[in-house]
Design a protein around this ligand. Structure first.
Ligand code: NDP
Ligand code: ZN
Length: 370
């Protein structure tokens, strides 16, 4: 079937959260076309853990969503339409879009390189525009977004790799850049713990190395040990084992938690491996009804802190693409041609942890006749 662009976009949408892993082909109206908007004809799109958590909605996901909902926010494609005030991109450019489609660019946060925390921000899917339009994501023929949220992609990066860098890559690069300590005494190398080796985690390991830090992978079982070393890790610890934290007391400058759930996480144990005033930063975001279980006494022991980090800024995205191109950082990717069956396979297998380490949907031209 051929999509009726520009009147309509087509995509694979979650119809109800009970069937979160069975998106159906659907057509939909795009948002109002703003002066700073552009349309991307999508070439490929990665599958992020967030797609699953959003699609699951109240079925132990991130809560209520508006259906039908097209998820997907690791988008690469070609600019096919630009608003009258667009200056950052031109027709035909290859661009990337991550998890954010709009920011006001006028508030204090936006003006200081923190547009990912803009209180007027709109996410790439299931976000609400001021006129009430619900944003739709990248398992689709096209996506419409603010030019500032679209990133130029260096020629050296192929589209399939660049896709996953737009969300997974940026989400780990931003806190690593902000929180890996610089200038440790005696030229010591910073030591970073990466918790959960999935789409985000396996990129975090590679970025640590490129940023001059040693990465240690903390995974629930031993099954990812050999691949952790292949990715460049300095150490590997299986956290299913009793008292795993004991040998690592006072060792780490930073912990980056990339786990999608909390059941396998002993936060007290993790905080104990931090140096004084070290930081446990979570990019992993579990189901909306989950709570951390942590004792105040643990923080008392080392003055450590617990925080989160969301996405990253445009400036950081551009920097990470350069770094990835320079250091040959690439996600380990398995591609799936996009279709109803393909979406079901990807979402189901990713939820079961059956991917090393990222799915990217491809062949959009065939599915949508673009
Ligand atoms: P993946 O499914 O690829 O990886 C998640 C990893 O978490 C798994 O590989 C596994 O690692 C670990 N894990 C799974 N279940 C549990 C559990 N119950 N307890 C502890 N660990 C578990 O997901 P992604 O990498 O795509 O996403 C990770 C998280 O990051 C998600 O919550 C996602 O929504 C969030 N996210 C946040 C963003 C942000 O801006 N902060 C942006 C993008 C995603 P192992 O087998 O090694 O233990
Ligand atoms: Zn994501």
């Amino acid at each position: 079937s051929k999509v009726n662009y520009p009147e309509e976009f087509a995509g694979f949408a979650v119809i109800k959260t009970e069937e979160w892993n069975k998106p159906k082909y659907t057509t939909f109206k795009p948002k109002h076309f703003g002066d700073n908007d552009l349309d991307i004809e999508i070439e490929c799109c990665g599958l992020c853990g967030s797609d699953i958590m959003t699609a699951k909605g109240n079925e132990h996901g991130w809560g209520t969503i508006t259906c039908p909902q097209v998820v997907g926010h690791e988008i690469i494609g070609k600019v096919v339409k630009i608003g009258s005030k667009v200056t950052l991109h031109k027709l035909g450019d290859r661009v990337g879009l991550g998890a954010q489609a709009f920011a006001c660019l006028d508030c204090n946060r936006c003006k200081h390189g923190n547009e990912q925390y803009c209180s007027h921000g709109v996410t790439t899917y299931d976000g609400v525009y001021p006129d009430g339009y619900i944003s739709q994501g990248g398992y689709a023929s096209h996506v419409r977004a603010h030019e500032y949220m679209c990133f130029p992609i260096p020629e050296k990066l192929n589209s399939i790799h660049a896709a996953s860098l737009c969300c997974a890559g940026l989400t780990v690069f931003s806190p690593l850049k902000r929180f890996i300590p610089k200038n440790l005494p005696n030229g010591e190398k910073p030591k970073v713990a990466i918790v959960g080796l999935g789409g985000l985690g396996h990129l975090a390991v590679q970025f640590c190395k490129a940023m001059g830090a040693d990465a240690y992978v903390f995974s629930r079982t031993n099954s990812k040990m050999a691949q952790s070393f292949e990715l460049g890790a300095t150490g590997f610890i299986a956290t299913g084992e009793e008292a795993w934290e004991k040998p690592y007391f006072d060792q780490f400058d930073l912990i980056l938690n990339c786990a999608i759930g909390l059941s396998g996480l002993n936060i007290d144990a993790f905080l104990s491996i931090l140096k004084v005033e070290g930081r446990f930063c979570s990019v992993g975001l579990p189901a909306v009804d989950e709570k951390y279980n942590v004792s105040p006494f643990t923080f008392f022991g080392n003055g450590s802190c617990l925080c989160s980090s969301a996405l990253g800024s445009r400036e950081e995205a551009i920097e990470l693409f350069e770094l990835a191109a320079e250091h040959n950082i690439a996600p380990w990717v398995e591609t799936i041609p996009i279709s109803e069956a393909g979406c079901e396979e990807g979402l189901t297998r990713a939820w079961n942890g059956d991917v090393r380490y990222r799915f990217v949907f491809t062949e959009f031209d065939k599915a949508f006749g673009t």
